[in-house]
Write a protein that binds this ligand. Structure first.
Ligand code: S3P
Length: 179
């Protein structure tokens, strides 16, 4: 008998920028026939602005407020793959909210892998600094305790997204069978 009875109506993907949450999210949604909800895309649709514009025009605090609003609204959904932003679970309120309904799967990569994946991309305001690799290391270290709160952690440095998605889908099926 589990001490805490969790409800796994959805899967939430968490983890640092560039770990492949969106790609794995798409694959998972196909495998499970679940709709994909990407919290960053919901925020962009709601505000009519790109994430980078929200950061530049309103500041990070405003982005985080909208992000929390979106996360809270997800408490009522079922049968979704939720792809979160890299900083979403750093707010304990968001983490607890997601835990109410989702199996939390964290994708984990080394700072070097993340850097290789994001170095030619321009849309991540937090990495818009002279030394992005140092920033990645700093943020990852600070966020590690939150990422470790996931139900499962999958290293993605040496795994193809397909393998990651299959592994998470299997764990989700096992977890829902047991509950
Ligand atoms: C952020 C990650 C981004 C986006 C925003 C902030 C973060 O999402 O939410 O730029 O704090 O790490 P991705 O992880 O999908 O890039």
């Amino acid at each position: 008998m589990p001490l805490v009875c969790r409800e796994f109506r959805n899967i939430a993907l968490m983890g640092f920028m560039g770990t492949g949450k969106t790609t794995v999210g798409h694959l998972l949604s196909e495998l499970l026939q679940f709709e994909l909800i990407d919290t960053d895309r919901v925020i962009e649709q709601r505000t009519g602005k790109r994430i980078s514009e929200i950061f530049a025009e309103e500041g990070e605090a405003s982005f985080r407020r909208i992000e929390s609003e979106v996360v809270r609204e997800l408490e009522s959904v079922t049968g979704k793959v939720i792809s979160t932003g890299g900083g979403t679970v750093v707010n304990p309120v968001n983490l607890e909210s997601l835990k109410k309904h989702s199996l939390l799967a964290c994708l984990w990569a080394s700072p070097e892998t993340v850097y290789e994946r994001v170095r030619h991309q321009q849309h991540r305001p937090l990495l818009n600094t002279p030394d992005p690799l140092a920033k990645i290391r700093e943020l990852m270290l600070a966020r590690a305790p939150w990422y470790r709160a996931a139900d499962m952690i999958v290293g993605v440095d040496f795994r193809h997204a397909t393998e990651v998605a299959r592994h998470v889908a299997k764990s989700f099926r096992d977890a829902t069978r047991r509950h």
